[in-house]
Design a protein around this ligand. Structure first.
Ligand code: SF4
Length: 398
């Protein structure tokens, strides 16, 4: 498995696979061919169907600006769901043709260029990690510190700082999100109504939801977020961690440590399954974020390795089969609300794990495999095409 630095990325929303990945590819091509005069960019499958709402064309245009780009949309089910071909021209001469897959979480794989993949973790599954930690008598956090390079703590601190900034910016911003849906931002209202005549659990629900809306609305607006593990699911982990920090007064050191634990869970899913909605549906994005968050919370609450695993497993188990059907291709409906619901669900998963881990029968590795197979079996139109589910019924209602 690769470093957590490849999992958590700070960048612009609204989509890690549809905005960040194409942006990284365009930046690379820009540097490789400074003499280019114009480009043809063919976007395949999910990128063709939802690229507009996910700002794929915009990030490519901005990166190549002022050089002109001609976009071509194509469907080819034999190609990866997020496939792109960049044809680079100098005058009438075709300088290069570069094919790229955007595989989720902002990661890209070139067909013919060199891909830098450095595994800093030799363990591949959670069972292997658990065996390592048990044998060495170390926690998941210690495991990360042992495997990563010296600056990982500073890196995780910078990730936490950005998560706080994103939530706080979202809480202080009102108005409409960009795009035709005219979605009203709701984080500030949710937050301001959280203080009147509520029980502790109502208050927790409201505050976690407000923080998740805040981060996800920032993402929907193309603001700066942290992939956790993706842009679309970037509200879940910050929401719960911000709640624990701000309202439960958990010390920041512990919160930063929990990012390492959540990162291990995200990495196991990324390595053995997928974190891309176009490959596995929303269970791979918001389900993964919920698993990471449940594990982080369990760690903060001082739970054992088994209980942390169980929290992550419960969180994923109850997202199985979740489709990706963003209306009009915008990462807004159902995405923003879904992040809030997943935040609450992560808290429930951690709480259940604390009570029931002795009786469990399902391992985290098994649920990750189940999620992946379910995603592969899912009809392609339910995987980030905006052609089915809510996206279809909304369109037909208009
Ligand atoms: S429905 Fe889920 S996977 Fe699809 S764009 Fe929204 S958050 Fe991402």
């Amino acid at each position: 498995m690769q470093s957590l630095k490849k999992l958590y990325k700070i960048g612009h929303g609204p989509s890690s696979s549809h905005t960040m990945g194409p942006g990284f590819a365009a930046t690379y091509i820009n540097q490789k061919h400074p003499s280019a005069t114009h480009y043809n960019v063919t976007l395949f499958n999910s990128l063709a169907l939802t690229g507009k709402g996910h700002l794929t064309d915009q990030v490519i245009l901005d990166t190549f600006s002022p050089k002109p780009v001609r976009f071509i949309q194509a469907i080819d089910i034999n190609k990866h769901p997020n496939y792109m071909v960049f044809e680079v021209f100098q005058g009438d001469t075709l300088l290069d043709s570069i094919s790229v897959k955007s595989i989720g979480g902002g990661d890209i794989l070139y067909d013919k260029e060199e891909n830098e993949i450095i595994d800093v973790y030799q363990e591949k599954t959670f069972d292997e990690i658990k065996a390592y930690c048990t044998n060495k008598k170390v926690s998941l956090y210690d495991y990360v510190i042992e495997k990563e390079s010296g600056d990982i703590q500073a890196f995780l601190k910078s990730i936490w700082e950005q998560m706080k900034k994103t939530v706080e910016k979202g809480l202080n911003t009102e108005g409409l999100l960009p795009g035709d849906l005219k979605v009203q931002r709701k984080a500030k209202t949710l937050f301001s109504r959280a203080k009147v005549n509520e029980t502790d659990s109502q208050m927790q629900n409201r505050l976690v939801s407000a923080y998740a809306f805040a981060a996800s609305e920032e993402n929907g607006a193309g603001g700066i977020i942290v992939t956790a593990p993706t842009c679309g699911a970037s509200g879940v982990l910050p929401a719960v961690l911000y709640y624990l920090y701000k309202d439960s007064k958990i010390e920041e050191k512990k919160i930063i440590e929990s990012l390492a634990v959540a990162g291990v869970i995200g990495n196991v899913i990324k390595q053995n399954a997928t974190i891309s909605g176009a490959v596995g549906g929303c269970q791979a994005e918001v389900g993964s974020a919920c698993s990471m968050t449940a594990a982080a919370m369990a760690y903060i609450e001082g739970m054992s390795l088994d209980e942390i695993e169980y929290a992550a497993e419960i969180a994923m188990e109850h997202h199985l089969g979740l489709t990706c059907d963003p209306i009009d291709g915008y990462v807004q409906i159902p995405c923003i609300e879904r992040n809030a619901v997943a935040g609450i669900r992560a808290i429930n998963a951690a709480s259940l794990a604390g009570f029931l881990s002795d009786t469990r029968k399902i391992s985290f590795d098994m649920i990750v495999n189940t999620m992946y197979q379910t995603g592969l079996d899912m009809h392609p139109k339910y995987k980030e095409t905006a052609e089915a589910g809510m996206a279809f019924f909304y369109k037909t209602k208009k």
